[in-house]
Structures are given as C-alpha cells and as structure tokens.
Design a protein around this ligand. Structure first.
Ligand code: GDP
Length: 613
C-alpha cells in the first residue's frame, strides 16, 4: 500500500491507535510518541492551513485534528491525571481515605462564603470569627492564616465548622479549576436591601457546578428597606427554594454588622451538612489535603496554610505540597497557638517547606524525605516544561518587535506596580507620553501600590501585558506564576531607566522604516559590446564605492533615465570583484539593460532601516 500524502508530504499513518499526550503538548511531543519526524507533522498542519512550529505548545483541538488526519486517536492527559500517575508511580494514592468504613470518623464541614461584591462577605467572616470564642480556649491574637475554625452548639452538642477566610468565588473557582475540592458547603450572602445581583448568580452557579450545598445568608436586615422575603422569591427562580416554602435550602436572616443571628447561621450550616453530606475521614492515616494560602515570611521562610482533609498532620512529618517539600518544623493554628497535630478539616500554618506552594496545590505526607523530594522535583520539572511551551506565546520586551512585525499586537499592555502612588503615577504619565509613532499604543491596564501579586500576573497572562515593578518585588507565588505563564516582569528603581528600556523596546516594536543610502557613483568612460553579456560600461568610480548586487539608477545630463537597475557584474581588469572604490576603474554589467552612453553616471544605493530618533 502506498503511504498517504498531503500535498506531497508523506504522512505518518496510524491504525487508529491511541496516543496519550499531556495538555499543551507540541508537535515534537506528538512525533516522538508515534516515531515520526516532527517536520512531517509541521507540514501536515501547514496543509491543514495552520502554521505551527514543531516545539510550540498547541491546543487540544489542534492535536485532535492532526491525529484524525493521520488516523490516530489522541487522549489528552490533564495535569491532574498526570499528577495522579506520578503519585501512583510512588505507590501513593491521593484523595481517597485508606481502609474501610470502620476507619472513618466525622469531621467538621469546610465552608466558603460567596456572593455579590459589597453584600457583606468580609464583614460576615469577621462577625463569625468574633462571636465565636471557643469557651476555655487559650486565646492568642487571632491570626489571618487563610482559614479558621469556630465551634457552635447544635442540639446540645459542640460542633465545629471550618471557614475558608478568603471571600469570593474567585478563590473557590481557582482551586476547583485545579481539581482541588476544598469546600463542603457554600454560604451565599445576599444583601436584603439589594437583592439578587449578577455575582450572586455567578456564585450560585459555581456552587451548583461543584455540587456543593448552599446555605443562604440574607444579610443587612438592619438596613431600612431590607426585604428578606423578596430575596427568597428571587432565588426561587434559580432553584433555591427556602425550607419554609417547602424547599430544602436553609435561609437565615442576619446582620453581619450587628452580629445578629450569626449563631443561627452556623446552626443552619451544621444541619445542612448533616442532612446533605456524609462528612467523614480517616484520621489515622498519613495526612493529605490542600494548600489554601502561602507566602514567604521574612523570619520564618516559606509558610503555608494547609487544610487537612484526611489523616493527621504532625510535627516532624515529611510532606510534599505542590512542588515544595520539607519536614514540618512547627504548626500554628488560627489563634497563633503552637500545635502538635492537626486532624481532618483543621487548617494550620506549616513551617519548614523548601519553597512557597500555590493555592490549591495538594499536600501529602510521605514516609521518606527522598520520596518527597523526588515528587516535588518531578512536579517542578513538569511545570517548567509547561512554562517553556507557553512562554513563546507571550509578549516580552525582547521580542516586542518580532511580535509586532508578525502583526500579533499593535499595542503594548502594561501593568505598573510601585512603592508609592506618586512614583506609580509619575511612571505611568511618562510612559504614556512616550512618542512612539502611530502604529503602537501604550495601554496601562492596571496600576497600584504594592508588590507584584499573583492577580497582577493573572491579568498579564490574560491580556499579554508586561508587568513593571518600581521599587517593589513579587509577592507570594507571583514569580513562579510569571515564569510558568511566561509573563515578562521587569523591576526598576530609577524611573528614567524604566522609560528608556520601554522606549527602546517600543522602537524595535515599530515597523522598520527604510531610507535610501547612496553607496557610490560611477562615470561611464567607454561602452564595450559583448555578444554574451550585452553592453558593458567601462567606468571610473567618482565617489564612494560600487558593489555588486546593489541597486542602481542611470543618470544622463543630470536626469534619471532608468531606475531599479542592478549591478549584476563587476570587473577589474579580467577579474570578477565584489566592489570597486573611488578613484579606480572597472567594468559594470547592468544585466539586461543596455541603453548606456559615455558620460552617463551610474549611481548605486541600498535601502537601510532607518534608526528612530
Ligand atoms: P464584601 O464585598 O461582600 O466582602 O462586603 P463587605 O463585607 O466589605 O461589606 C460591604 C459594606 O457593607 C461594608 O461597608 C460593610 O460594613 C457593610 N455591611 C456588611 N454587612 C452589613 C450589615 O449587616 N448591615 C449593614 N448595615 N451594613 C453591612
């Protein structure tokens, strides 16, 4: 059978077999799997009308189309699956409780507070924290570690609830997008004076998609014009029907400001958990869970708040968190107390990691330091590879000009962070005043005082922006994230240096302008006729130099009589030469052009890129 071809390119051809590729793989990765030449896959893509380089990371869809064309089936492996396989290779299973039913013990629910902006999420989290000083608990100063645990009495029983202390569904969604399920129950906060708003619906949809039961906190009932009944009516349309109307969603009217009915809300959370969920975990196994929030602490190094989901985490345990690892040196609870161990659903701040993990990274305790290191290193390597694949697609100052020439961007997006609002504004206005011609726009997407954060990098990633840090550095995982996403982050401490560098990059970014530069003139002294070459001009070089393969025009009596000629042949005596300088004689052949006369002048020139001033 003849090998199939597309446009003359021989195709590797499969028999429908399945090829596993990680998300964001390149044609080279694909070629490796099927033992083909990457160039042939590039050619196939070209024939399908897509220009793709061999090492560029391509979309799932592109991989599928390419595979279909060659009669393979592609199975895209998500990063989560890859990670599961990595852990399996160490004989570790993540996400399942070890042992059977008999090992499972009840654990507190983990709650996220969501809702429209300004409806009182932050205020509610504060109110819950305050109303709930566990009796007899040694009260240190409350620490913001990203999560806290409170206790409440329900049916004369003490029950605990863990709250994730970052309001809003962004954190929730970001974690879920990474396959980390952190939340058991969502409290949906709706201000009774404002009613259901767009982000209320958004939050509701996120909770539903994650299959997380919802308790509705109808807030701000102290405000005049508050209409809790209306909120119940509105939410009915979205499938949340209050218990008192025959539905199964608990609605609690509260005032976060006045601390009204907070206990009732906590009770509703516990009752909802009891009714809808079976929250149990094995506390006896090696601890597993997720990282909620992490940062680099000046005195303590990398610190990370982790939520234990199963097992018990103890001081001295060896743990891997994302691509960080280490031995637990110390643990602090949300009151700043040192603790020896943390059981399921307990958040603790962990000290002793090699570096700062990301929000939503999973953590697990392993038996040996070596295993922890190997898992962390493999994950880091995978991230680097993914970053490498992605990097080529982002804009950086170095490649601005290339990207622009390719017509990919016409505007430079910037995010400016600085140490003081004065310096940020000064930098912004100077940058906006840069005169860079009409082809390129500078747009400042975001400015602010403070460190370069993960959310800055997020924004830059989504809009191909360059981040400028003036007298500030990156915080938390921003640096790793920027590396992973290929975002160019530039740090400056002198304003004019920042301006100079951006200006220079922008000048490269502009489409080049060309100008004509005269190279030399030659006066025709004699015309030789050659049967083979046509007319040859015997010349004296009057100025500059004449070079072979440059452009020329012919001037007769001070007037241009022919344009766009080529110096095709150049000779001195019998030798072909590449150039003849001023004051020397030689022969010039203008190719097909034969209309030359004695005393004509041949002026040669070339087009040069004009430097921008
Ligand atoms: P978030 O954006 O959802 O976190 O909302 P905040 O917690 O920041 O609250 C927004 C504003 O509403 C703040 O000025 C709060 O003080 C106010 N607020 C929150 N809860 C109540 C409440 O129960 N009653 C009143 N009157 N104001 C409240």
């Amino acid at each position: 059978m003849q090998a199939p071809s597309v446009g003359g390119v021989m195709l590797p051809r499969g028999n429908g077999e399945t090829v596993r590729l990680s998300r964001g793989a390149s044609l080279t990765d694909f070629a490796e799997k099927i033992n083909a030449n990457p160039a042939s896959l590039v050619a196939v893509m070209m024939n399908l009308g897509e220009m793709v380089t061999a090492t560029q990371s391509v979309s799932d869809e592109t991989l599928q189309i390419l595979a279909g064309e060659m009669n393979y089936t592609v199975q895209i492996v998500s990063p989560e699956e890859e990670d599961r396989e990595l852990l399996e290779s160490f004989d570790i299973e993540f996400g399942e409780d070890e042992g059977g039913e008999e090992f499972l013990v009840a654990r507190p629910p983990v709650v996220t507070v969501m809702g429209h902006v300004d409806h009182g999420k932050t205020r509610l989290l504060d109110a819950i924290r305050k109303t709930n000083v566990v009796a007899g608990e040694a009260g240190g100063i409350t620490q913001h570690i990203g999560a806290y645990q409170v206790s409440t009495e329900v049916n004369e029983e003490e029950r605990r609830i863990t709250f994730i202390d970052t309001p809003g569904h962004e954190a929730f969604t970001a974690m879920r997008a990474r396959g980390a399920k952190s939340t058991d129950i969502a409290i949906l906060v709706v201000a009774a004076n404002d009613g259901v708003m767009p982000q209320t619906i958004e939050a509701l949809n996120h909770a539903k998609a994650a299959d997380v039961p919802i308790v509705v906190a109808v807030n701000k009932i102290d405000v005049e014009g508050a209409d809790p009944t209306k909120v119940r009516g509105q939410l009915t349309e979205y499938g949340l029907v209050a218990e008192e109307y025959g539905g199964d969603t608990m609605f609690v009217d509260i005032s976060a400001k006045q601390g009204l009915n907070i206990e009732n809300l906590l009770e509703a959370v516990v009752l909802t958990a009891d009714a809808a969920l079976d929250l149990r975990a094995n506390p006896e196994q090696d601890a597993q869970g997720i990282a909620i929030e992490s940062h680099l602490d000046r005195g303590r190094g990398a610190v990370s708040t982790v939520l234990v989901q199963r097992g018990t985490l103890r001081i001295g345990d060896t743990m891997v968190v994302g691509d960080a690892y280490g031995r637990v040196r110390a643990m602090l609870d949300d009151k700043g107390n040192n603790v020896e161990e943390a059981t399921p659903s307990t958040p603790v701040l962990v000290l002793g990691l090699t570096n700062v993990p990301g929000a939503g990274d999973n953590f697990l305790v392993v038996d040996e330091d070596r295993t922890a290191r190997q898992i962390a290193e493999k994950r880091a390597a995978r991230e680097r590879n993914a970053a490498f694949a992605k990097r080529t697609r982002r804009v950086s100052l170095e490649d601005l000009d290339k990207v622009l020439k390719a017509g990919e961007v016409q505007q430079l997006n910037l995010i400016i962070k600085g140490d003081a609002s004065g310096s940020v504004e000064a930098l912004e206005s100077s940058l906006l005043q840069l005169d860079v011609g009409e082809e390129v726009d500078i747009r400042v997407l975001h400015r602010g005082v403070g460190a370069v954060t993960e959310s800055d990098i997020d924004l830059a990633t989504g809009s191909d922006a360059i981040v400028i840090g003036f007298n500030v550095r990156a915080a938390g995982r921003a640096t790793q994230m920027a590396e992973r996403e290929g975002v160019d982050v530039r740090y400056y401490s002198v304003i004019y240096q920042a301006i100079e560098e951006i200006e220079a990059a922008l000048k490269g970014m502009l489409k080049p302008e060309y100008e004509e530069v005269e190279l030399g003139t030659a006066e025709i002294r004699e015309v030789f006729r050659s049967s083979k070459l046509g007319n040859i001009a015997g010349v004296l070089i009057r100025s500059g130099e004449v070079r072979r393969n440059t452009k020329a025009r012919l001037i007769r009596d001070g007037k241009v009589v022919a344009e766009n000629l080529n110096i095709e042949g150049l000779r001195r005596f019998k030798d072909d030469v590449t150039e003849i300088r001023e004051g020397f004689e030689g022969g010039i052949n203008l190719g097909n052009f034969n209309d030359i006369k004695v005393d004509d002048v041949i002026a040669t020139y070339e087009m040069r890129e004009k430097p921008r001033g």
